[in-house]
Design a protein around this ligand. Structure first.
Ligand code: SF4
Length: 433
């Protein structure tokens, strides 16, 4: 199959064998992969279980069970060795692993006659932009794309623009290109780029496009982008605090982004669900201590995370790259994101910015700091992006209505400002909590 791939050329990546993905993800296997792994003849001398104990039932009814690779007590895959390396890879080579292990951290999304490629920022090497360029990785990416992109992908419908508006693929991609262009504006802080994009997408949401196509649509998009630049000329930083309603909705959203769901967590059954429910109740109240959702977090007062922690200037590059990779790769709307329209998908994507900064504050406070370091933001983004587009709860009506409520109340720009504000110079004079 000849595929026309659009690569995220602003991003570098190579695997640095951290083993993180092998501790976080449930690896579902097909019947063919099951048989292949059995035929590899794993024994206890290899440090793995044997035979069918290599697999666990993780989804589907008893008559159509779906299996994943079994995991160790800490949630790591049974094939991950003590050095953090994959035993299948070491013994039989990369091609012998299940397909999801080979694909990660890439994601492939049909875009009309093309296929766009995005990356998952749950991988620390993606966050750090470490490794080979996408052009250097192109042959490998093409091989992987052939293995996952279904025949007839060209017939997949484009994402909706808003709840009521659908256009054809070339016009849908004009919206995507306009968002990318807004995010690429040189010399503009990422917070302002996000707020401008949210502003003009709000105008898009109120427009009708049945008579607007091709060059006229491009002209319209240029106009609304200009209106956003005029309305929000520079980064003054909003002094408006998010409302009480917005803070409750936002904390509940953050709780979803900050949780851990390794295979071990998902196997915790009713006990695990009860603990999550209790944690959600405390996040909704927002008083007392933040319940520690992962071992890397300490219980710190909710109020302490509302103090200004600043925004490390080094993170501008990371954030611009993150949003552009997600947008260019259509990793925020349509089939890649729970079938959600472009405008709502971007609102959801923009919320990952304050959500990550809230998580980064929690990481900093857990280490007795009150100013963010770039590594807090990098780690916070890896935690948050693990869920973005992958945890089913993000596509539920409840989660979507949370995003819509924040958007309709005009609270997303306030949250962006509130969770990146500084009263002291970042990295200096950190007050103890
Ligand atoms: S099979 Fe190998 S690459 Fe895949 S999750 Fe297990 S250890 Fe990691």
């Amino acid at each position: 199959m000849a595929l026309s791939l659009t690569l995220p050329t602003i991003q570098n990546w190579s695997c640095h064998n951290c083993g993180g993905c092998c501790r976080q993800h449930a690896i579902e296997v097909t019947e063919e992969e099951w048989q292949r792994i059995l035929s590899q003849g794993w024994t206890e001398q290899d440090g793995t279980p044997t035979g069918n104990a290599l697999f666990e039932w993780h989804a589907g009814p008893p008559w159509a069970k779906r299996y994943r690779l079994a995991h160790q007590a800490d949630g790591a895959c049974v094939f991950l060795n003590e050095q953090g390396l994959c035993r299948i890879h070491a013994k039989f080579g990369e091609a012998a692993k299940p397909l999801p292990c080979r694909i990660y951290p890439y994601a492939f999304h049909p875009a009309g006659k093309k296929v766009t490629v995005s990356l998952r920022f749950s991988c620390p090497s993606v966050v750090a932009n470490r490794g080979r360029t996408m052009s250097q990785n192109a042959d490998e990416i093409k091989r992987l794309a052939r293995a996952v992109v279904p025949d007839g992908y060209e017939k997949m419908p484009p994402p909706l623009i808003s709840a009521r508006e659908r256009v054809d693929w070339p016009d849908a991609l004009r919206f995507v290109e306009a968002i990318d262009a807004s995010l690429a504006t040189p010399g503009v802080p990422i917070a302002l780029k996000l707020k401008r994009t949210l502003f003009w997408l709000n105008l898009v949401e109120q427009a009708r496009f049945e008579k607007l196509s091709g060059a006229r649509l491009t002209e319209f998009l240029d106009l609304v982008r200009q209106a956003a630049d005029d309305e929000l000329p520079n980064e003054t930083g909003s002094s408006a605090e998010p409302s009480a309603v917005a803070r409750v909705q936002f904390r509940l959203l953050v709780a979803q982004y900050a949780r851990k769901d390794t295979a071990a967590d998902l196997s915790a059954g009713w006990r695990g669900r009860w603990m999550l429910f209790r944690a959600a109740t405390r996040f909704a109240r927002g008083t007392g201590n933040v319940p520690s959702l992962q071992s890397i977090f300490r219980e710190v007062p909710f109020g302490s995370l509302e103090q200004p922690f600043g925004f490390p200037a080094e993170c501008e590059e990371l954030w611009t790259r993150y949003f552009r990779v997600k947008v260019q790769g259509l990793h925020f709307c349509g089939a890649a994101y729970y079938g959600i329209p472009i405008v709502e998908g971007f609102q959801s994507l923009a919320l990952i910015f304050p959500a990550t900064h809230w998580i980064a504050r929690w990481l900093a406070a857990s280490r007795d700091r009150t100013a963010l370091l770039p590594e807090d933001v990098a780690q916070g983004l890896a935690i948050a992006d693990h869920h973005h587009g992958y945890s089913p709860i993000f596509g539920t009506l409840g989660f979507r209505s949370r995003v819509r409520t924040l958007a309709q109340l005009g609270e997303i720009p306030k949250l962006i400002d509130w969770y990146t504000r500084a009263e002291v110079e970042p990295h200096t004079n950190p007050k103890r909590l």
